[in-house]
Ligand binder design. Structure first.
Ligand code: APR
Length: 322
C-alpha cells in the first residue's frame, strides 16, 4: 500500500516542527521545501528528523529540497512560507511581503501537485488562504487555513489553567478571522459537558478570551518571533483529520458565501473565514452552521468585515485577484 505524502513549503520554525510531528505520528512521507538559498536548512532538518526514526520508531521518509518536482503526488501540501511577526507587528503587517511569497508558492503547487489539499499557515492567514485559492483555482473545499485549531487550543489551555483541570476535558469553539478580533464563544464551551459559565465567573472567562486573542502576540514579545510549537500542532491535527479521513470538526478558515452571511447570493465573491468545518479526505467536507445570539453575530460580522478589508488590500496589490 502506498504511504500518504505531505509536502511542507517553508522549512522554517513551523515547517520544521510540522515535518517532525507528521513523521513521528507516522502520518505520511514528508517533503520539506524551501528556497534555493535555504535548501541546506531544509535538507539538514529533514536528515535530523529522519535520524529520530530508530529511537521514536516511525517508518516515514523525510526529504529536504528546493525542487518543486519533489512535491508531485502530494495528498496534502502545508504552506508555511513567509516571514513571521516581530515584536510590535500585527499579522496584518506581513501582508505586503507574504502575498508575493504565497502567490509564487501557489503557482508551483498548481503546477506540481494539482490534486493536493492545501493547508495555509502563512499570515495574515485569512488573506493568504484567499491568495492561494485565487492563484491555484482549486475547488474551495481543497483550500483551508489553519487558525482556529491553534486559537481554540490556546483558549482551552488558558481555561484549564484557571480551572486546574485537564485540558482534555475542555471543548471550545472560536470563530472569525485569525486576528485580535477573533470570536471566542463561551456559550459553546464546556468541561466534560458542564457549561463553562457554571464553573467560572464571566470576568475570568473574559480574561481567558482576551488572552486567547492576543496569545500569539504574548509569545512574539517573549521570543522576538512568532510561535511555532502550537501552530504546528494545530496544523498537524488538520493534516491527520484529512489523511486519516477522520471527519473531525475543527474550526478552520474555509470558503464561505451564504454561510455565516459572508456574501449571500454573490457567487465566487466569498471569503475564507474561521468556521466549524468537518475535515476529511476531501478537505472541507461540510461547514457547520450554528445559531448565534445578536451579540455573537455582531462580533462575527465585525471579524468578517476585517477579513474583507485585508482581502481588499491584496486585490489592490494584485488586481487579478479580484
Ligand atoms: N518558497 C518557499 N519557502 C519560502 C519562500 C518561498 N517563496 N519564502 C520564504 N520561505 C521560507 C523561508 O526561507 C523560511 O525558511 O519560509 C520559511 C519561514 O520560516 P520562519 O521564518 O521560521 O517563519 P515561521 O515561524 O515558520 O512562520 C511562517 O507562518 O504563522 C505564520 O506568521 C507566520 O507567516 C509566518 C509563517
Amino acid at each position: 500500500m502506498r504511504r500518504p505524502k505531505v509536502s511542507i513549503i517553508g522549512a522554517g520554525n513551523i515547517g520544521g516542527e510540522c515535518a517532525r510531528s507528521i513523521a513521528m505520528k507516522q502520518l505520511a512521507d514528508v517533503v520539506l521545501l524551501d528556497i534555493p538559498d535555504k535548501v541546506g536548512v531544509a535538507q539538514g532538518k529533514a536528515l535530523d528528523i529522519a535520524c529520530c526514526a530508530p529511537i521514536e520508531r516511525f517508518d516515514a521518509t523525510v526529504k529536504g529540497t528546493s525542487d518543486y518536482a519533489d512535491i508531485a503526488g502530494s495528498d496534502v501540501v502545508v504552506v508555511t512560507a513567509g516571514v513571521p511577526r516581530k515584536p510590535g507587528q500585527s499579522r496584518d503587517d506581513l501582508i505586503g511581503i507574504n502575498t508575493g511569497i504565497v502567490k509564487s508558492v501557489g503557482e508551483n503547487i498548481k503546477k506540481h501537485a494539482p490534486n493536493a489539499i492545501v493547508i495555509v499557515v502563512s499570515n495574515p492567514l485569512d488573506a493568504m488562504v484567499y491568495v492561494m485559492w485565487k492563484v491555484t483555482g482549486f475547488a474551495p473545499s481543497r483550500i483551508i487555513g489553519q487558525a482556529g485549531a491553534l486559537d481554540v487550543a490556546r483558549f482551552r489551555e488558558f481555561l484549564a489553567l484557571k480551572l486546574g483541570c485537564s485540558v482534555e476535558d475542555i471543548t471550545a469553539l472560536l470563530l472569525g478571522g485569525h486576528g485580535d478580533d477573533m470570536v471566542p464563544l463561551p456559550r459553546f464551551t464546556s468541561v466534560s459537558g458542564i457549561p463553562i459559565q457554571q464553573l467560572l465567573s464571566d470576568a475570568v472567562i473574559d480574561e481567558c478570551v482576551q488572552r486567547a486573542k492576543v496569545g500569539g502576540g504574548e509569545i512574539v514579545k517573549l521570543m522576538g518571533t512568532s510561535a511555532w510549537y502550537a501552530p504546528s500542532a494545530g496544523t498537524v491535527q488538520m493534516v491527520e483529520a484529512i489523511i486519516r479521513d477522520k471527519k473531525r470538526i475543527i474550526p478552520s478558515a474555509a470558503y464561505c458565501e451564504d454561510e455565516y452571511g459572508v456574501a449571500p447570493g454573490h457567487k465566487g465573491k466569498g471569503l475564507f473565514v474561521g468556521v466549524p468545518c468537518v475535515l476529511g479526505d476531501k478537505g472541507v467536507e461540510k461547514i457547520v452552521q450554528i445559531q448565534m445570539t445578536a451579540d455573537e453575530k455582531k462580533l462575527m460580522d465585525e471579524s468578517i468585515s476585517h477579513v474583507r478589508d485585508l482581502v481588499a488590500v491584496v486585490q489592490r496589490m494584485f488586481p487579478e485577484m479580484a
